[in-house]
Every structure is written in structure tokens, then in C-alpha cells.
Write a protein that binds this ligand. Sequence first.
Ligand code: GLN
Length: 536
Amino acid sequence: MSKSSTKYIFVTGGVSSSLGKGIISASLGKLLKSRGYSVTIQKLDPYINVDPGTMNPYEHGECFVTDDGAETDLDLGHYERFLDHGTSQANNVTTGRIYQTVIQKERKGDYLGKTVQIIPHITDEIKRRIQLLGDTEQFNFVITEIGGTVGDIEALPYIEAVRQLKWELSNNALFIHLTLVPYLAAAGELKTKPTQHSVKTLLEAGIQPDILVCRTEHHLSSGIRKKVARFCNVEQEAVIESMDATTIYEVPLLMQKEGLDKVVLRKLGLTNNNEAELGKWNKFLNGLQNPKQEVTIGLVGKYVELQDAYKSISESIIHAGAENSCKVNVKWIHAEEINNGNVAKKLKDLGGVIVAPGFGDRGIEGKIATIKYLRENNTPFFGICLGMQSAVIEYARNVLALEDANSTEMNPSTSSPVIDLMEGQKEVTKKGGTMRLGSYECHLLEGSNAYHAYKKLKITERHRHRFEFNNNYKEELEKAGFIATGINRENNLVEIIEIPNHPWFVGVQFHPEYKSTVASPHPLFCGFIEACINNK
Ligand code: GLN
């Protein structure tokens, strides 16, 4: 397909949030890619923040970071994990970013003499951002997921922009609408009225959906499909059932069974007789659903009641478990509830523990108590970002006897700042997008656990932090058996620490969880899970 024939698929949602637009978009993307097309997926978010980087995980769940250092919506993590293809800033656009661009243009004088308005200026900027991916990167398919629910005030400019785009792109655009078909137990029936209303709302905005994906807890009978088709002006074949699945990774197969990819191709006028090739995907699912062994690990963090905050970590654990044909149960443990007195009781039955990333001092002492226990009891430890920094503090305090050792994030006046603000961060006062973000190179020490996992000397991983290992303590720590096994040579930064005299004790300053995909489970997660299995 040539550039000018890039196909645009717009995914909207109705009736309720959390219907799984992200997973449906990712699953459709996976099916199209498995038929040989190039596909990218984009998320439009209706909030005013320029990006989710400044939002609390309670507001937004995890902030996903791309290679180019964009702080983005967690759905981009699903897109990358399903498609095994990187995303970038262009794949996540917020209302804040759209307005920021338009207002900057206005101040520059680009609209001199004109009144700047939502239509056409904001909608034009939205349309430009959508087409940028097709134009510059020449994908066969750009799938654009519109956040929120139709009828939301915030989503209106997006809905209007894609209505106009459909008109301009004609046969190269398609609308998929996700809706809920609830089961009323008292009536013993599935109900289609909410779907009819939600399609009416779309129609009022000038959009006729081509395909309806109906989230449901019970199978849709052909009678229900017929009814939805009749009231919503879609073909019966274009009423796609989306049943609750046991794992999100089953959804591409469910969508294939329902013929979603076939209907999409037919409606876009594409003839393609290749069935989606899902051999590798099925192999992964098989490993996931038929495990040969089982292990329980801990995840110590401060947002454990909100598992979306650690989305990429939990998905990476799933990938690594399937790779090892092992069912991995995760015990989520609140860092604030751990102390030296109860740590043994809380952790003694676990194969290993991940200590999570984070900001601020809440729960930090619990993380340090956890790491001390794991180190002293030869239990596999995997520390990510703040988890790695906590391991440095723990070793400095308990092995080097620097009692006051800390990160200057937690105690700015500590006498032993083993973790300190990065040089480049000292002058930074603004909060948005100012951390060390995105992909950086790291050189590994031969013979280390990291090297065994990656099986190469040079890697790149994604970052999101302000503080770093303080090199003034490197020599002393290394002499005491705490080794830097990964270094960013360009900036002389310690990226990985290990204790060689331990079954598996690895802390990383970067976020490996952003790079684990179904096709390529992350080597460090695989190595950690293997160590946990061996520890049993
Ligand atoms: N708060 C720490 C820092 O800014 C760690 C960040 C993280 O865990 N992502 O360096």
C-alpha cells in the first residue's frame, strides 16, 4: 500500500468507561500486523494536562515512557506489548498538548488577523496529529483510540475532528464503536438499549459507526445481533461480541474468531487472503495457560491497592512466567506495612521480591527493610529505579555502617548522600517533562547476572528519574561486594548494581518493564523469575 492510501481506524467508546478500547485496538492491530500490514496505534486523551507525567498514579495509573522520552498513557504499553513495535510522543496526544500548540502558534502570529476557535483551529490541529503518523512514518494502518466516552464534553472536539476526517479520507477511514451490552439478572436478559442510545449520541455528532464491538458477560445470540444491527444501522456481521476473557492476551484470538479483522479489511476495500499468522502468539498463550510449575513472588510498592500503577511490571511478570512455563502468583505488599520486626513473616514464603519504582519518602523504610531481609536470606531481589536506589541505601547503612545514608530526595541534609540529584537536574525547577527520560545506552560487565540475562554487552533501556547513584561511594561499595555491573559511559552513570555473592540480587536505575513484549519477554524479568523458581 502506498503512503496516500494509509487507512485510518477510529475507535470510540460508549455507555461506560473501562470497556477495553485499548485492548481491542491492540488486538485488532495485532491481527492486521499478523496479516503482513504495518500498523501503529495512537491514543487521544481528552484531559488538559500536556502529558500524564505530572499526574499521580491514583489519578491515571502508570505513566508509560517511550524510547523518545515521552511520558504517556498506559494504553501505549499495551500497544507495544501486542505489536512488538515502539511508539513515540506522536502516539499520545492530549487536549493540553493540542491547545499548547495552537496557542503557541497564535502568539507567534500564525493566525494574525483571525479569531482562533475550536473549529477549525483546534480540530485542524487534532487532524494534523492523527495524520502525522500515516504521513511521516508510512504505516498501512493508523488506529486512533479516542479516550473517554461519547457524549463527554471533553471529547467533543475529537469527535468533531474525526467526523471531518472521515469526510476527507472517505474510503480510507472506518469507525469502530465499543459499547456495553449488560446482563440484567432480574430479567434474565442481555439489554441492547444502552448500545442503541450510545450509537444515537454518535449519530447526533454526525458519525455512523461501521462496526460495533459489544462488551458482554454472556454470548450474543443471533437475535441480539440482529436487533443491534437493525437499530444501529450496521451489518449483522459487523456486530462483534467481546466476551470477558481470562487474560487480555486471549482477546486477539477472540476477535479473530468473531472476524473483526476480516470485516475491517472488507469495509476498507482490501482483499487479503492471508489469515493472521498467530503461531508465536499461540505458543505464548499455551505457556501462559498450561504452566508446568508455580512460584509466588512479592511486589513491594506503595500503590499496591491500585494495580494499574504497576501495569507494565505485572505484564512483564506474565511474559516472563509464560517464557518459563511457570504460573507466577504475585503477592502485592504495601511498603509502609513492612518493618524489621515483621519482614521475615511477610516475605519468608516468597520465591523472590520486586521492589517497585516510586517518588517521595512514603514507604521507603519498608523497602529498605525488605531489601535487607532479601540480601541476608539469599532470596532473589529485583529493584527497579527507586527499588535500586533503596538497595544502595540499604547496603551503605548496614554493610558500610553509614547509618545516616540516604537519597537526598528523602533527606536533603543526609551526611551520606549515596543517591543524589543528577548534575543536569540541579537547575531544573519546572516539573513537566524535566526528568531524565527515554532511552539510554548501558554497558554491561561480563559475567554479571545482567550479562547472563541479556547475553550481550551493550543494551538500551528507558529511564524516568531525577536522582542517581553517587559515584563518590562507588569504590567503597565495590570493595564491600556491591558491584556496578551496568554503566552509561557517556555520562558516567551507574545503571545496574549487583551483589555477586548472592543467588540473584539485581537493581536497575532504568525501567525494564517498558520494553517487555509478548514476542520478546524482557531478559531481566526472565532471569529473575528463573532465579525465583530455583530458589523454591
Ligand atoms: N524518585 C526517584 C528519582 O527520581 C526514582 C524514580 C523512579 O522510581 N521512577 O530518581
